[in-house]
Write a protein of this length. Structure first.
Length: 216
């Protein structure tokens, strides 16, 4: 069997989610760094893999996928290694609920509206950070954090006693969010999430997939 390939750049939250699943399963893979945000947009060949031009795309033995949720579930089910989805239907439903929460409410709020607005507005947009946008996003981020704390219960992981795809989905989002002072302070206020972050951030999979800004 050929090595699976992840297509996309290291700095992408969703590329890292796919890579984390492969790392947790102990699967050797290749990363083909295709930058869909490069001048001129996604290369035509990449659009054949992902018609919407987003990241990541994935291929294994001629089988092609896009959308990180589909990729990570495939990786969990196609390869040996520790299970990243619970066998119990209710627990699996909780994992999927958390992933949906993160996609729908946390990613854009924490990454684009807080981290990028706070740390990269001048570089990307040539202006000062939009404080009103950040303030509104922080209120939404607080709701996300409260919801995750309630859903994780006794933890220590987001969906129970062992790491799952929910943790792998959340970790890259929080890795960026906590780079801002506001994000770090919010994590500190939610002690259960801070303990979770300390545990997930220390895992070898996270070390192996560090964002470039974390390695600087």
């Amino acid at each position: 069997m050929s090595r699976p390939v992840v297509f996309g750049v290291r700095r992408s939250v969703y590329v890292r989610i796919a890579r984390l699943a492969l790392e947790e399963k102990g699967v050797a893979y290749d990363l083909d760094e295709v930058d869909v945000f490069a001048p001129g947009g996604p290369p035509p060949a990449y659009l054949e893999r992902h018609p919407f031009g987003k990241m990541p795309a994935f291929e294994h033995d001629g089988f092609k996928l896009y959308e990180s949720g589909a990729i990570t579930r495939y990786v969990d089910e196609a390869f040996p290694g520790p299970a990243l989805q619970p066998a119990d239907a209710k627990a699996r439903g909780r994992v999927n609920q958390i992933i949906s929460l993160l996609d729908s409410y946390a990613y854009r709020t924490m990454v684009w509206d807080v981290m990028i607005e706070r740390l990269r507005a001048r570089e990307m947009y040539g202006r000062d950070p939009d404080e009103a946008r950040i303030a509104a996003a922080l209120a939404r981020a607080e709701t996300c954090c409260r919801a995750l704390v309630e859903l994780m219960g006794k933890g220590p992981w987001l969906a129970g006693s062992t790491p799952t795809l929910a943790d792998l989905h959340a970790a890259p989002i929080y890795a960026y969010f906590r780079r801002t002072g506001e994000g770090a302070a919010m994590l500190t206020r939610h002690s259960a999430l801070q303990r979770w972050w300390d545990a997930i951030n220390a895992r070898p999979s996270m070390v192996a997939t560090r964002f470039p800004v974390e390695q600087a």
